[in-house]
Design a protein around this ligand. Structure first.
Ligand code: NAD
Length: 499
């Protein structure tokens, strides 16, 4: 009888390849709790993937901008045609509902669309006659083989944040997706190859920490992009810097949604529920804290509770579901542990997701949970929970709200709901966060801006995708040139200056 549990292969030099792993991790369908796949762990495929990327690099970087752009357009069309196919793979391994998975692929596609403009993005600058008969011009060149390490919560979008711009700039890529939901990245690589990406330009290595360490330390790897939890992003950045590699490292988050007394409360409640429970809270831009200012809390908690009662929780493949399960049983239990600790610490459990009927289903479900009277000392406030648990913190003024947000160690996203333009302007000016929403709950920048948090949400100084992505995946070269003229220049030992 054939094995019902499939092994997820690597993707090296244009084809799926089984490695020689001695260790494997299970991959589940979170909606049923059943194992569907196994994913190889270890570093046995790393050398082959880097070698394929290295071999593909000279021809790919020499491929004309016209040809590269053509291939990127083909990739855009092919991925768009298979959007639902990719989304179904995401739902089957991550658990998020299909509509949300479609949205994820759509946001990833924005990065491919941005990268289609690569001829414009790579244009250099030219100064004619900088000195007599001397021209100076700057150009951008790719780095070589670059590596991406992506988290479980966006198994297609985050790889596309990285891969689209990196390959458009002429680099070749080795992607190490999360071992919890590895098949979407594999499918992306297959589809891009079908669309005309030459073998070796995008490779996928499955694995865990061991593969990451081998990739980051590999002498032929020039740069590393990582998106993950704060401790992992921080550790990978340190290792990459120690190995003299360029690195962009995005970490975890704790995102606040501040509601002022003059806000449209219905819009604020809609925003809070959508941003807290979408993707079961497994988004780095999920709202996990509502900051209720002045006397708005009771009404807001009522409006949020009302909306929560209407949420349908179930298998993400069922179009009636608004929210799916969490990614693994361990993660679900960890998130449920925070509800218990919040209760012990004195928070009010307004809606307890542990009591939801779906919580006893075979999959990794937890109902949407609302905690009120949360204080900054409680574990449910201090830690990134990464699940469908929304905390309400009550404060008496905008000053206090700003203080709370700014004192938080993370600074990924923040949202403000108000009708007061002056308050919004002050908030934008003073808040210590990388991405700010004004009456917008999840301020993820579009693909032609760049994404990145502050404080413990991002290490180093490089944001991801958009113009900063092009900066990251290229290095500048400045050429100072003089073509022979009939008059010899003569020897001149002075430091070169413009004459
Ligand atoms: P994670 O840190 O556990 O894993 C991220 C990646 O690193 C995975 O590919 C994993 O295999 C690898 N990894 C895990 N432990 C490692 C180790 N010790 N050494 C080297 N590599 C290791 O994160 P996750 O649970 O997959 O994803 C959720 C986290 O990612 C959350 O904290 C979330 O906020 C964060 N995230 C941040 C952003 C952002 O843009 N800032 C976006 C998405 C997710």
């Amino acid at each position: 009888m054939s094995d019902p549990i499939q092994t997820v292969p690597h993707f090296i030099n244009g084809e799926a390849r089984m490695g020689e792993a001695a260790r494997f991790a299970p991959v589940y369908n979170p909606a049923t709790g059943q194992q569907t796949h196994r994913v190889p762990l270890g570093a046995d495929a790393v050398d082959a993937a880097v070698a394929a990327a290295r071999a593909a690099y000279p021809a790919w970087r020499a491929t004309s901008l016209a040809r590269r752009t053509h291939i990127l357009f083909q990739i855009r069309e092919h991925l768009a045609a298979h959007q639902e196919d990719i989304a179904r793979i995401i739902t089957a391994q991550h658990g998020k509902v299909l509509a949300d998975a479609m949205g994820e692929v759509g946001r990833g596609l924005e990065n491919v669309e941005f990268a289609c403009g690569i001829p414009q993005l790579l244009k250099g600058e030219y100064s004619e006659q900088a000195s007599t008969d001397v021209d100076v011009y700057s150009i951008r060149q790719p780095l070589g083989v670059v590596v991406g390490i992506s988290p479980f919560n966006f198994p297609a979008m985050v790889p596309l944040w990285m891969v689209a711009n990196a390959i458009a700039c002429g680099n070749t890529f080795v992607l190490k997706p999360s071992e919890k939901d590895p098949s979407a990245a594999l499918r992306l690589a297959e589809l891009m190859t079908e669309a005309g990406l030459p073998p070796g330009v995008l490779n996928v290595v499955q694995g865990d920490r061991e593969a990451v360490e081998a990739l980051v330390g590999h002498p032929d790897v020039a740069a590393v992009s990582v998106v993950g939890s704060t401790p992992v992003a921080r550790a990978i950045r340190r290792a990459a810097v120690a190995a003299d590699k360029r690195v962009q490292a995005l970490g975890g988050a704790k995102n606040h949604l501040v509601v002022l007394a003059d806000a449209d409360l219905a819009a604020a409640a809609d925003g809070a529920v959508s941003a807290a429970y979408g993707s079961a809270g497994e988004r780095c831009m999920a709202v996990s804290v509502v900051v209720a200012v002045e006397d708005v809390a009771d009404k807001l908690v009522g409006a949020i509770t009302e909306r929560m009662a209407a949420l349908a929780i179930g298998d993400g493949m069922d179009p009636r579901s608004d929210m799916g399960p969490l990614v693994t049983r361990e993660h679900r239990d960890r998130v449920a542990g925070y509800v218990e600790s919040a209760q012990r610490d004195g928070a009010t459990v307004v809606v307890d997701g542990r009591a939801a009927p779906v919580a006893s289903a075979p999959g990794f479900f937890l109902g949407a949970t609302l905690l009120d009277h949360v204080t900054p000392l409680m574990a449910c406030y201090r830690d990134e929970i990464f699940g469908p648990v929304l905390s309400v913190v009550r404060v008496s003024s905008l000053d206090e709200a700003l203080q709370l947000v700014n004192d938080n160690p993370w600074g990924n996203g923040v949202a403000l709901y108000t009708r007061d333009g002056g308050a919004a302007r002050r908030f934008q000016f003073e808040v210590l966060c990388g991405m700010v929403g004004v009456n917008v709950p999840i301020p993820v920048p579009v693909g032609y801006h760049s994404f990145g948090g502050w404080k413990a949400s991002l290490f180093g100084d490089t944001h991801m995708y958009g113009p900063e992505g092009i900066n990251f995946y290229t290095r500048r070269k400045v050429v100072t040139s003089r073509w022979p003229s009939t008059t010899p220049a003569g020897v001149d030992l002075r430091f070169p200056g413009a004459r």
